[in-house]
Design a protein around this ligand. Sequence first.
Ligand code: CP3
Length: 352
Amino acid sequence: MIIADSRFLRACRRQPTDATPIWFMRQAGRYMPEYRAIREKMGMLDAIRTPDIAAQITLQPLNACALDAAILFSDILTPLIGMGIGLDFVRGEGPSIENPIRSAQDVDRLRTPSVLEAMPYTFEAIRLVSAELAPRGLPLIGFAAAPFTLASYAVESGGSKNYERTKALMWNAPDVWDRLMSRFAAVLGNYLFEQARAGANALQVFDSWAGALSPRDYARFVAPYTGQVIERAQQSGVPVIYFSTGTGGMLDQISALGSDVVSIDWRISLDQAWQAIGYDRAIQGNLDPVLLMADWPEVQAAADDVLAQANGRSGHIFNLGHGILPGTAVDMVRRLVDRVHEKTGEQVISRL
Ligand code: CP3
């Protein structure tokens, strides 16, 4: 099967499919015993920077379930390393940054190296995975952070609840903020473009924390840079997905950014979101990841409800509204994948 005709890529282009495609954010991760076995032996950054290991982890979930796309095993924070920011993943705590960005001097010190030289391991991993997936007709999703979400880590020095330092920089030093966001936008746009050139069939822009902003601040301080990243990524010719959470109140702005697919979370119903985004775009989502820890009848009912809201329209990609949680049972993931395929496959047959 030709990858361009895969369910996932057809749905990105809003073409009819034989069943609704499904994949999961964080589908390669700690809920899988195969993943934990590798991570017991090596650190997160070492795994990311060893192409055959990254490729192996990327393929693990596709060997366990009938998923319709792979997403490269890496992290949104790796571009910071080449820019001169010391990044580490602390076991059980998540990412930590040694020299956070707090001043104009910090921003001016940031390097903007060629992404091919800074992250050769990522492009090599993409080439390895693509070679494995091509004969199976399965697409590979490459990704990068959106500038705001990357800035929130670089400024706060890790995860954050209120983004106080990031917002202070944005409001109190708008010129410094502009320089920071412009640099990130340039690097992230090129990073995505080169991932497509190396073999990624679609690109997802992760703006996980955009929902922390008011619509007014999103418009002034974030949307222009995110728009640049999406535009550069689209120059590669592959579909671009924009992902965010908690942004149900600014879907008009998000739609205006022009991504091919908009990924939504569970805080808004899929039919309401699709109407706000516009039916000229594909939509991805939107189960609550915690739901996968409920009993199966509840999961099935919620999945069927999402499918009912999509209402057989072309251009729905089934996913969670955020990443799979580490405590999720692999069998639950498998059942959900099969349910979505069976249910939507039946609908196609009954329409024929
Ligand atoms: O989705 C995938 O399977 C592809 C790989 C991927 C990872 N991180 C692997 C990972 C992707 C696309 C990401 C994106 C990412 N990383 C985001 C955006 C998506 C989101 O969840 O909002 C963010 C905010 C990060 C930053 C990050 N990386 C955090 C906050 C953490 C710690 C929290 C956690 O879940 O452990 C990570 C670590 C991380 N990235 C792990 C994985 C599999 C866990 C590492 C481990 O302990 O083995």
